[in-house]
Design a protein around this ligand. Structure first.
Ligand code: AQP
Length: 329
């Protein structure tokens, strides 16, 4: 059985992009794969953070993931399993500066003021490679934005194998959903939907109420043209394409099918239909999240047990990686 690993940062409430790009896929994969899902709290401190907020967001993310259908035994938080940090350090010494310099996520997050960002943000992809390879996982369900990081993780794993003269780390295959692999901001179709976008209106979260969902879709940026009858008419219309792609992913309908129904109409009817669809699919997740959030000790216990299971898989693998490197025990 293939081993699957994936993670999400507890930097805020998971949003529709996380759901369509990752979480929904995770819930399906766990049926016939050996899965580990991780709240990557160590990645969350690569950007400025507030400790109490991080604690609350980790609990909230745990509740959201369970409400999205993730099995409790597969879920844990990264910092509770030291294998991540141990292998992450080895990978810091295997990875090359030239490789990290090419990572577009660092450039996007650091912006122009690079000198002021943490060293952790720069080496984030090395830790991400360790997250996956500490379990010798072969499949990683992620959104399209993570494609470059997975390629780097493979470069790191292969360089380790080459340098140590072994065939220890497997090749990783990203599992990127065919539809809505990159959900864009509701306020700007050129930016991905993100937890850290300062505008609440830019994203639909997994705890939004039906009214909030409907209002955010109503206010979503669009252009003045009616929807086209064919996909070619969506060129240079990123906001229209984004809303259609969300609708398609949520309803398992193709773009062509949607355009044959909504083409030629203004956005009003389409937005109402999209809001109704999102409320129907997401409202049960939000109410289950609220129910779970009321019992903090249960959420902590889920994470504790998940971490114990994750340690039992990762510790022997990282022990062996350390032995191969030449560390004495
Ligand atoms: N907009 C998106 N569309 C599709 N998939 C997405 N993912 C994130 N945003 C989108 C996928 O969700 C998983 C978890 O992401 P993450 O929380 O680890 O980090 P991120 O990609 O940095 O997400 P955010 O929301 O943008 O967080 P912040 O604002 O904290 O940086 C990944 O599989 C990712 O592909």
């Amino acid at each position: 059985m293939q081993r699957v690993f994936s993670g999400i940062q507890p930097t805020g409430i998971p949003h529709l992009g996380n759901y369509l790009g990752a979480l929904r896929n995770w819930a399906t994969l766990q049926k016939d794969h050996d899965c580990l899902f991780c709240l990557v709290d160590m990645h969350s401190i690569t950007m400025p953070w507030e400790p109490e907020k991080l604690r609350q967001q980790t609990l909230a993310s745990t509740a959201c993931l369970l409400a999205s259908g993730i099995e409790p035994t597969r879920l844990y938080n990264q910092s509770a399993v030291s294998a991540h940090a141990r292998l992450g350090w080895i990978f810091n010494c295997i990875s090359r500066l030239g490789w990290l310099n090419r990572m577009t996520q660092f450039k996007d997050k650091a912006g122009k003021n690079r000198e002021n960002h943490s060293a952790g943000l720069y080496v984030y992809p090395n830790l991400m490679a360790a997250d996956i390879l500490a379990f010798q996982a072969t499949r990683v369900p992620v959104g399209d934005d993570q494609r470059q990081h997975i390629e780097l993780a493979n470069d790191i794993g292969q360089k380790f194998n080459h340098d140590m003269g072994v065939d220890f780390f497997p090749t990783i295959e990203p599992l990127i959903p065919p539809q809505a692999a990159r959900v864009m901001s509701l306020r700007d179709g050129s930016k991905k939907m993100s937890k850290s976008d300062p505008s609440e209106q830019s994203r639909i979260t997994l705890t939004d109420t039906p009214d909030e969902i409907a209002q955010k879709i109503r206010r979503a940026k669009t252009d003045p043209e009616p929807l086209p009858g064919e996909a070619a008419g969506l060129e240079n219309r990123p906001e229209a394409r984004n809303l259609l792609s969300i609708y398609g992913a949520m309803s398992d309908r193709s773009l062509e099918d949607l355009l044959s129904e909504f083409g030629g109409q203004g956005f009003g009817t389409f937005k109402t239909a999209l809001a109704d669809l999102l409320v129907e699919k997401l409202a049960p997740v939000a109410s289950e999240t609220r129910r779970l959030l009321a019992d903090e000790s249960h959420l902590l216990e889920v994470l504790r047990q998940g971490a114990a299971r994750a340690r039992s898989v990762a510790d022997p693998i990282v022990d062996e990686a350390e032995r191969l490197v030449g560390f004495l025990r």
